[in-house]
Structure formats: structure tokens, C-alpha cells
Design a binder for this molecule. Structure first.
Ligand SMILES: Cc1ncc(COP(=O)(O)O)c(C=O)c1O
Length: 411
């Protein structure tokens, strides 16, 4: 099973789905005076906002459209640069490209999220935003990025796709920056198959995001046109069936997080006396969501030996989430003095090339990095080995013992 939410799909999701099917309303809009209309999307938005401690939440079709809608809402476009990590799912990068702005790749540090020192070096007079991706269930260095954003007058966007349920200093991820985007695909903490959520505290941005996700309309329409539309939008709406599943899952989020953290603790403690490995740096131990246990082997060679015995891969070889493996991005988007490849007239030139090995610090960490599943078993993260949210105590101890033995053999 891919993610912990998926593993726990059960009666609650079935009940919610049946309610929608029996209501006769599949579209997010319905007749609010009809008791049959269950308004699942609307309810999901209210409950999600309340759970995350945000004033507004908007349900959309995916994490990718959540990011794209956020970038458009913030007016990011031609001529703008957005700093993104070299270790992230490609959607963090492609959403910037489809906003017709330029993604600038930066290093990650031992947190496996953006490195503030490298980000500062990448800021130019065209930089408009930093996209902080809370990778692998863990908040990035929010304090550092809030300060950098303030010093340089930049927008901080949080990509929380992999970190639903995580918080930093007591506040949910996604509420620290100007906008936060979440994914509900099957590899995430909670899932509805696909789907996404956007959160923001800003009413104006919420209205704008709503309009972009639904043909320029204002929030709370009933499926009929509303006058005075000032911007054009598209259709990134969520439907009632998706929201029904997402609602049941959201109500399980606290239980999922508590169980993941409990299981992760057992697994981690069993490995704690192996001095040669270093665990990924966690900035807020109470804030992580605990979907993965990540550590670094002392060398690339020992990491390769370990994964060969476990039947998984190092993070560097895991595919999807590593810039070096994004063959459809590499080399194709060189920005020359003649202009950028997206025909943005405002861009004044400069070298922007994406090539293998351009982020040596990230490469070193990922070549030695191992992701063990605590609740997200995803070959695309390299986490084919590990436990599930439903693993028993004995199963966790068995896996921990095997892991420990193989680590020692590989050293
Ligand atoms: C960090 C990150 N950002 C964005 C996304 C895109 O989410 P979705 O698959 O829902 O479009 C993902 C999904 O894997 C992700 O991991």
C-alpha cells in the first residue's frame, strides 16, 4: 500500500461516498435549500481550514493544480524567478514553468529541505518567491526562510504535498508562508486518490485563487454565474465524491500521525546505537509527521551495499524526486541573453541551465541517503523497504533487526 491514509480506507470512506451517490449531487455546487445536498467539498474546505489553523482552504483537483493556482494567484509569471529545491517532486518545478516563470534550483541540507545558505546565494533582482518544499513529512527551516523572505521582499510559498499533518513550532505547515499547497494523491498522509488543497489567511488571495480554479467566479456561488468577474480562470474544481473520501481521511489525520510517530520511534531506537549512520536533521521533533525514517550512510559505497541487500535504492537513484533524474528538464531550458525559452519579454538574460551534478551538496546527501518506509512505501522515494502503519510491534522489531544487521554488514 502506498501511503498510510490509503492503508486505512474503510467504513468511514464508504459511508461518505454512499451519502454522495444517494444524494444525486456530484458537483461541488448544489441547492443549499435541499437537505439531500451534502456539500462535501464545502465541508472539506471548512474542516481543512480549521484543522490547519488557516482562515481559508480551497479544494482543487491535485497538488500540482494547488501549486499552479497559488503561483498564478500571487501574480508570478514571465520574468520572475522562483527558488525551488533540487530534491522535490517535479511538480514543484513544472508548476513554476507553467506559470511561465523560471525555476532556480537550490541545494538541500541535512534536513533534505532547502538550504537557507544556498538559497541566499541564488537570489537575484528577478527572484519573486521561494518555494519551500516540506519533503518526506518534515517541515523545512521556516524561521530562516521567513527572515530571508522579509529581508529580500520575497513571497514564501509552502509546498506541503508530502507533509499533511506536519507543523512547525505548533503551527501547521502551509500557514507560515503566504500560501500553502497540499496533495491528496495515494502516496500522501491522507488521500482521496487524487486531489489538492490550498490554504491561506488572506481573503483577497483566497478570492483570487477561487476565481482561478473556477472560471473567474467568486466563492460560494451556487453553480450559477455571478456578475463582476474580473479575472479569467480555468476548471481545477474538486467534485463531491473526492471530497467525501478526503473528509473521512481528514478526520483520521490525528490518529494516523500519532501511530506513525509511535512506530517510527520504535524503529529509530533500534538503530540508535549505530554510530556510523547519521539521521536526517529534524527541526521540530513534535512537528514531523513521521511517514519515513531517513538516514545517511558514511559513504556512497556503503549506501549502495546496504540497498542491494534490502532490495531498495539510495535516494539518489530513486528516480522522480531527484533533479539529476529529471531527463525531461535537464539541459532543455537554458536561458541565454537572447531570452528565456518561455518567450518572456521581461527576462533580461543570464545563464540558467539545468545539468547533472549542478547541486553537489544535494548529490552527496542523496547518494548516501536511505528512505525507510514508516508509512509511505514508494519506489519513487526509494522507500520500498520498511513498515506499514498497520505493522504490529513484533513486525516492526523484526524489520528493525534485519535493517540493523544489514547496515552493520554494509559498513
Ligand atoms: C513535493 C510534491 N509537490 C507536489 C506534488 C504534486 O501533487 P499531485 O500528485 O497531487 O499533483 C507532489 C506529489 O507527489 C509532491 O510530492
Amino acid at each position: 500500500m502506498p501511503g498510510p491514509g490509503m492503508e486505512l480506507i474503510g467504513e468511514e470512506e464508504k459511508r461518505e461516498i454512499l451519502e454522495v451517490l444517494e444524494s444525486g449531487y456530484l458537483y461541488r455546487y448544489g441547492d443549499s435549500s435541499d437537505p439531500k445536498f451534502k456539500a462535501k467539498v464545502w465541508t472539506l474546505e471548512k474542516e481543512f481550514a480549521s484543522k490547519m489553523g488557516s482562515r481559508h482552504a480551497l479544494a482543487v483537483s491535485s497538488g500540482t493544480t494547488a501549486l499552479l493556482t497559488s503561483l498564478w494567484t500571487l501574480g508570478i509569471g514571465p520574468g520572475d524567478e522562483v527558488i525551488v529545491p533540487g530534491y522535490t517532486f517535479i511538480a514543484s518545478i513544472t508548476s513554476v514553468i507553467f506559470a511561465r516563470a523560471i525555476p532556480v534550483l537550490a541545494e538541500v541540507d541535512e534536513t533534505l529541505t532547502l538550504d537557507p545558505t544556498d538559497v541566499e546565494k541564488k537570489i537575484t533582482n528577478r527572484t519573486k518567491a521561494i518555494m519551500l518544499v516540506h519533503m518526506l513529512g518534515n517541515p523545512g527551516n521556516i524561521d530562516a526562510f521567513l527572515q530571508i523572505a522579509k529581508n529580500h521582499d520575497l513571497l514564501l510559498i509552502e509546498d506541503c504535498a508530502q507533509a499533511c499533518g506536519a507543523s512547525y513550532k505548533g503551527k501547521s505547515v502551509g500557514t507560515h508562508g503566504i500560501m500553502g499547497a497540499f496533495s491528496l494523491n495515494v502516496y500522501k498522509t491522507i488521500t482521496a486518490g487524487d486531489g489538492g488543497m490550498i490554504i491561506t489567511n488572506n481573503q483577497e488571495l483566497f478570492n483570487r485563487a477561487f476565481a482561478i480554479h473556477d472560471q473567474g467566479h467568486l466563492p460560494f456561488r451556487q453553480g450559477v454565474e455571478q456578475g463582476k468577474r474580473t479575472i479569467l480562470g480555468l476548471n481545477f474544481r474538486m467534485n463531491e465524491l473526492t471530497a467525501a473520501v478526503a473528509l473521512a481521511q481528514l478526520r483520521k489525520l490525528d490518529t494516523i500521525k500519532a501511530k506513525l510517530l509511535e512506530n517510527k520511534k520504535i524503529l529509530k531506537e533500534e538503530l540508535s546505537d549505530i554510530e556510523q549512520i547519521t539521521f536526517r536533521k529534524i527541526l521540530d521533533k513534535k512537528g514531523e509527521v513521521g511517514t519515513l525514517l531517513t538516514f545517511f550512510m558514511p559513504s556512497r559505497k556503503s549506501a549502495e551495499k546496504l540497498v542491494a541487500s534490502l532490495g531498495c535504492t539510495t535516494i539518489a537513484r530513486s528516480g522522480w524526486h531527484v533533479y539529476n533524474n529529471m531527463e525531461h528538464l535537464l539541459g532543455k531550458m537554458t536561458v541565454t541573453k537572447e531570452g528565456c525559452p518561455f518567450n518572456c519579454p521581461l527576462y533580461k538574460g543570464g545563464d540558467m541551465n539545468y545539468y547533472k551534478g549542478m547541486l553537489p551538496q544535494t548529490d552527496d546527501l542523496l547518494q548516501r541517503g536511505i528512505n525507510i518506509s514508516v508509512g509511505v512505501s514508494d519506489k519513487g522515494l526509494g522507500s520500498a523497504f520498511g513498515i506499514k502503519i498497520t505493522s504490529t510491534h513484533d513486525e516492526i522489531i523484526d524489520i528493525a533487526h534485519r535493517l540493523k544487521k544489514e547496515i552493520k554488514n554494509a559498513l
